[in-house]
Design a protein around this ligand. Structure first.
Ligand SMILES: [Mg+2]
Length: 308
């Protein structure tokens, strides 16, 4: 029996509805803002987060929230009007205090929800791949993760769920959930590799070139973790620049892949750890694999690109 069935059920509902919100804005067209750290956000990012946080506040008022968006100054009268229009059309009632909700963080607690209202905003803005990710950590240990990918391959809205010790599953295009598992491919030259579309570094492509890996896909968002988790791909290699990584970006995918039988580590093969909003890495890159290829990939990358 699942220890977190109520939380999982809520998180599945939240990513499903939040996907309706983001798709509504995708059809309508979104305005883009540049945040203080120069990364982009859109009114769809804000709307999705406001909706999710409002529901969490209602259902789990004693929990803490770790969420990506916080720049309420970007919600002006014009964007507030758009958000209200979206909520009205999607029958979302009783959400009014937009700025306070965007910054709702609950109460200090050992139970912490991690929220990425749109992961892959650059992809979203271009009509490419993006995802919505929710995790729940207890004492910094990820217990559940729920990820929606509105256009996953050609399946339409796909929702991925993992619970610690209980495995991983997916619902493709509204179908029933089915268990998912990483691939068992163990020939590195024939591996299928996911790369970041907007945040890659040359050594990842050089790694693939040196090994003669032909099947490669470049994509935004944590959908790449989903591709490894369900065996569509075997590897995902992500450089981390300046050791800057956030919990909401990696906690859900990390649990999903591990529960599907794979591995997620930094380049030194240390597990990712999370401390409030920080994803902590000792070596500047993340290797996500089906497990069978992991050691070989890590050794190769360290020898060829990071040996002193
Ligand atoms: Mg985001």
């Amino acid at each position: 029996m699942s220890q977190f069935s109520k939380e999982i059920s809520l998180a599945v509902d939240l990513v499903r509805k939040a996907s309706e919100i983001t798709e509504w804005f995708k059809k309508k067209g979104v305005e883009t803002y540049l945040k203080k750290d120069r990364s982009p956000a859109t009114v769809a990012d804000f709307s999705s987060q406001i909706y999710i946080l409002h529901q969490l506040m209602e259902e789990f008022p004693k929990d803490q929230v770790i969420a990506e968006e916080s720049e309420t100054g970007l919600i002006d009268d014009h964007s507030a009007k758009q958000i209200n229009e979206c909520f009205t059309q999607l029958d979302i009632a009783n959400i009014s205090d937009l700025k306070n909700l965007l910054n709702y963080r609950g109460q200090k607690s050992s139970r912490q929800w991690t929220i990425d209202p749109i992961d892959g905003t650059k992809g979203f803005m271009k009509g490419l791949k993006y995802a919505i990710g929710i995790g729940l950590m207890v004492n910094s240990d990820t217990k559940i993760s729920v990820i929606s990918v509105p256009e996953y391959k050609k399946n339409g809205l796909t929702i991925f769920v993992a619970e610690q010790g209980q495995g991983a599953k997916a619902s493709y295009g509204g179908k029933d959930f089915e268990a998912i598992h990483v691939s068992d491919h163990n020939n590195l030259k024939k591996a299928r590799l996911c790369q970041s579309l907007h945040y890659d570094l040359p050594w990842v492509t050089q790694f693939a070139d040196k090994l003669g890996i032909e099947k490669r896909i470049k994509m935004d968002s944590m959908a790449k973790f989903c591709l490894v988790a369900d065996g569509s791909y075997d590897l995902y290699i992500k450089p981390i620049m300046g050791f800057r990584a956030f919990t909401w970006d990696y906690a859900p995918g990390d649990l999903l892949v591990r529960e599907a039988g794979g591995r997620v580590t930094d380049l030194d093969e240390e597990r990712l750890t999370f401390e409030e909003e920080k994803c902590i890495l000792k070596a500047p890159g993340i290797i996500t694999s089906n497990g069978a290829l992991h050691d070989e990939v890590a050794v190769f990358i360290r020898d060829k690109f990071f040996s002193i």
